[in-house]
Design a protein around this ligand. Sequence first.
Ligand code: THU
Length: 147
Amino acid sequence: MAELITPVLPDDLRRRLVEAAVAARQRAYSPYSGYAVGAALLTAPGTLYTGCNIEIASYGATVCAERTAVFKAVSEGESDFRAIAVATSNGAAPCGICRQVLFEFAPSLIVIVANAQGEVLWEGTLSDLLPLGFGPQKLAEGQRAGS
Ligand code: THU
């Protein structure tokens, strides 16, 4: 019987990701909420894309840190993701919209939740955060099954 293997990040890589997320948080543009978020996204080939939240006076145009990192990576031709670290003042996990965006590309992504001091408060997979997520595979299956 096939063994279930939980993906685990080596300690040095985890540390590098968390430090990059904490540093990216310093670049947050969050004049309206005052809530700064940083993210660091690791691709399978080993590139690191960072992101911060960018708030807009017309609030709905605001982009979260995680999505900034994802969009930077995808626009550079990279969409094979391995892990993401997110840093906030209080160690919050990614919002629902970001979970959905991450699920599009990497349902088994490792997610590391840290605070602004770089302490890791939670680590798991995206599927833990978004069980039964709807992604490209479900859409294709549904289309094959007919309307
Ligand atoms: N925010 C993120 O950057 N990521 C999340 O996952 C949660 C929320 C940002 C959006 C907004 O700029 C601020 O935090 C408050 O919601």
